[in-house]
Design a protein around this ligand. Sequence first.
Ligand SMILES: *Cc1c(COP(=O)(O)O)cnc(C)c1O
Length: 395
Amino acid sequence: MQTLPQPTENGYYGKFGGAFIPELLRANVEELRRNYLAILNDQSFCREFDELLRDYVGRPTPLYEARRLSALLGFRVFLKREDLCHTGAHKINNAVGQILLAKRLGKTRIIAETGAGQHGVATATVCALAGLECVVYMGATDIERQAPNVGRMKLLGAKVVPVHSGSATLKDATNEAIRDWIAHAADTHYIIGSVVGPHPYPDLVARLQSVISREIRTQLKAQTGQALPDAVVACVGGGSNAAGAFYHFLDEPTVKLFAVEAAGEGIHTSRSAATTVLGSPGVIHGSYTLLMQDEYGQITEPHSISAGLDYPGIGPLHAALSANGRATFLAATDEEALQAASLLMHTEGIIPALETAHALAALHRLPLPAQATVVLNLSGRGDKDLSTYLTHLAQ
Ligand SMILES: *Cc1c(COP(=O)(O)O)cnc(C)c1O
């Protein structure tokens, strides 16, 4: 077996991954597969990517020692501040990388799908930056629920296309984006927003997000003298922020990895998104991985209070990390996430994204010795979740 996180040539992490796609999509995906590694390793790409990460995204993001939170928990907690990135979350790292890739492939038009709108906003942002046309597919239901992000995308010059088919949510938007890609293969690149989809997307997105763990290693050493943390913790929707935070620690066996899924209203309430507990192997979005499905293989509608974790699958790298035990998967409920967010607000003066709040909620349950050094990936800021917080937390 290959050493993680590198997939095999055909995109397999253990038994998970691959590219299960309609024949009509084969040429598009194959073009990407043939070219992505050469482009990512090209010097001029690296220079341009690093420069944009520094001057546009605002990297390196700080590694902040949360002292008041640490005192309460009994271990040393460092927060990797992806919430301070331009547009408010880690998603921009991937979007910047893929827009540079698209230009090198000679593409002039970008499509994306979005659920909560966070990936749509990141994509609209980099399209404006690069001067490329941007079309974002979004379920009609989500458009109603996520009005501020729809507004942002429009202000940035993107065309937001409402999708009315099916349940009018993320999976229907994905189908529409794929249809568009088939019809416009020659000039269009499809920016996927997490470590999901057919090979090479999971590997492409993981590599672009791996800047997170690269920085953590350097910063931890400089700030503490320690080469490695005892544990890294991140929330998992599709798995891109966790993949980025784990990447350069995967072959360091002393570093424990904790991935936190959304338990929603409770794992066994049928209102949950805890894929590693409730899911089974199958194909979703072109990849063989773990997903929530019924006995007929139909995808089960997930639930989480955080729109970014409300996804019925996880990427194939995480399915493999769960299967081989390299990462420990935990789950936090909506209520636990809200309480953890509130604790961070009051102890550190930081309002986290609701997604990140799930990772925070798992902190006090980690099986770690006192005084262990823990890095938590603070994947995003809570501005977008203000109304949810005000409903549940304001007295
Ligand atoms: C989208 C999002 C997530 C979930 O996506 P991953 O691919 O699992 O990282 C987590 N946190 C924030 C802030 C997000 O916007």
